[in-house]
Structures are given as C-alpha cells and as structure tokens.
Design a protein around this ligand. Structure first.
Ligand code: HEM
Ligand code: HEM
Length: 222
C-alpha cells in the first residue's frame, strides 16, 4: 500500500486527541509468565503428549486391564516404534523438567505462586469455580485450586519419572523398583500416574479455552 493510500485509510484522530495525553502502550503491562516459564511449559506440553501417545501404544502390546487404546490416538505404530518415541521424548521431558524446576526454586517462583495452599481456600475456591464465580481478573495470582493442581501434577511428574526409571532399568535401579513394590506394581503405578496427568490435562486445557486470556499470557507473557 502507498503512503497516500495508507494515510487515506488511517483513522483521523489527530484533531480530537489531547496534545499532551499520556501514552499508555500495551508493553506497560507487567509480565505474568517470564520467557523461561513459557518456553519450558510448551516444551513440556509437547514432551508429555509424545509420552502419553507412545505410552498408550506400549500398553496395547500387553494391556494391564481389559481394554486397549485406539490405534489412531497412539504414537509409534507398534511396540518397538513406541518404545523409541518413549525413550526419545523422555530426555526432552526430563532435561526440560530439571530446567523448569531448578529455575522455579531458584527464582522463588514456586514459593510465590504455588504456596501456601490452604485447605479452606481450596474448598471455597472450588465451590466458587463450580458456580462460575471465580475471578480471573489478576492472572498473576493463582487461586487455591490451581495451586493444588499445579503442585499435584508436578508430584505426578516425579512419580511417573521414577516409576518409569524402575521399569526401564529394573536391574540398575533395583532399589527403586523394590521401592515401588516390584516390576509389576511399578507398571501399575506408572499407569496410575499417567491417568492422573491425563485427567489434569483435560481439565487444564478446557479451562485454558474457557479463559482465553490465560492462554494468551502463557504464549506472549502478558
Ligand atoms: C523418565 C520418564 C519415563 C520413563 C523412563 C518411562 C519408561 C517406560 C517404560 C520402560 C515403559 C514400558 C513398560 C513395559 O514394558 O510394560 C513405559 C510404559 C508406559 N509409559 Fe512411560 N516412562 C516415562 C515417562 C512417562 C510419561 C511422562 C508418561 C505419560 C504421561 C508415560 C506413560 C506410559 C504408559 C501409559 C505406559 C504403558 C504402561 C504399561 O503398559 O506398562 N511414561 N514407560
Ligand atoms: C497441551 C496443552 C496445554 C495448554 C493449552 C496449557 C495451558 C496453560 C495455561 C493457559 C497456563 C496459564 C494458566 C493461568 O495463567 O491461569 C498454564 C500453566 C501451567 N501449566 Fe499448562 N497447558 C498445557 C499443557 C500442560 C501440561 C502437559 C502440563 C503438565 C503436565 C502443564 C502444566 C502447567 C503448569 C504447572 C502451569 C503453571 C506454570 C507456572 O506458573 O509456573 N500444562 N498452562
């Protein structure tokens, strides 16, 4: 577009505007999620989706329960392919997780954002959420239910990694396998942690869609 054409289509605001009116640009808004949180969050989301998809394919080769996962939503085509995906994405998950957790502790973010978690507030915020009366005004402060869920999913992450290690290398990590009550029980623990993460993820993604500005903040930071 030429400069004349651009000037012709631009809204004529100059006469009406106050000459010394303060200019408030969007960049003045404080950052809610620093870059390291956003980058590690989305790498984690990708890694977890690959772990879930390949995990389901692994499960299908030798189901623990009376059902299997549909081929279309599993990753890796067959057992060997799925194991390759699982062990490749594992590195992404674990290295990225170590970066996120280290920075979360060192910067004080975890202490500030996730704690304290007061049971009374969890109950009242949960009731408010069910009634659709939870405020989403200030995205920099998590409500008590969010805090509990985020800390909960981090703990599920520890359990799934440790139980995963104990079924991956039961000889080297025999003490870990023993801690989980043996190889077979560790498989059930691993599956239970996956179920907890998938349940969290379902609620988490629905809420991100219901409150789109929170999704925006996790992408652009504010
Ligand atoms: C360090 C991380 C992880 C390691 C070392 C690991 C390792 C393994 C191994 C060795 C198996 C095969 C078990 C068997 O032969 O029966 C497996 C299965 C599985 N994994 Fe993981 N895993 C990890 C993380 C995850 C994550 C993050 C998820 C999903 C959120 C996941 C979901 C599954 C599922 C659903 C299965 C099939 C369960 C079964 O039938 O035993 N894993 N994992
Ligand atoms: C794949 C789709 C995902 C979407 C659309 C999504 C979306 C979001 C959004 C919008 C927030 C900001 C919440 C707010 O400001 O109120 C957030 C935070 C968070 N999400 Fe996710 N997420 C996804 C996957 C995951 C996964 C797989 C996990 C972990 C298993 C996870 C764990 C977290 C945690 C722990 C936070 C808080 C981060 C912090 O403040 O340090 N998310 N997510």
């Amino acid at each position: 577009m030429s400069t004349e054409a651009a000037a012709a289509t631009a809204p004529a605001v100059t006469e009406a505007a106050e000459p010394l009116a303060p200019v408030i640009t969007p960049t003045a808004a404080p950052v809610i999620h620093p870059l390291w949180v956003r980058v590690t969050h989305w790498i984690n989301a990708l890694a977890i989706l690959m772990m879930i998809g390949s995990g389901w394919q692994i499960y299908d080769a030798s189901p623990l329960f009376g059902f299997t996962f549909p081929h279309q939503i599993a990753l890796g085509e067959w057992l060997a392919g799925a194991l390759l995906w699982h062990f490749a994405a594992m590195w992404l998950l674990v290295i990225n997780g170590i970066v996120y957790i280290s920075l979360g502790i060192l910067t004080g973010r975890f202490r500030r954002k996730f704690f304290p978690i007061r049971p009374r507030e969890v109950v009242s915020d949960f009731i408010a959420a069910l009634r659709g009366k939870l405020s989403h005004e200030d995205l920099s402060v998590y409500n008590a239910v969010q805090k509990l869920l985020y800390v909960g999913v981090l703990l599920a992450g520890f359990v799934i990694v440790l139980s995963g290690l104990s079924i991956w290398k039961p000889v080297q990590f025999w003490w870990l396998t023993a801690f989980f009550g043996g190889y077979n029980t560790a498989r059930y623990v691993h599956f239970a942690a996956m179920t907890a993460i998938v349940t969290f993820l379902t609620v988490h993604v629905v809420l991100a869609i219901v409150v789109p500005k929170s999704l925006r903040a996790m992408i652009v930071g504010r």
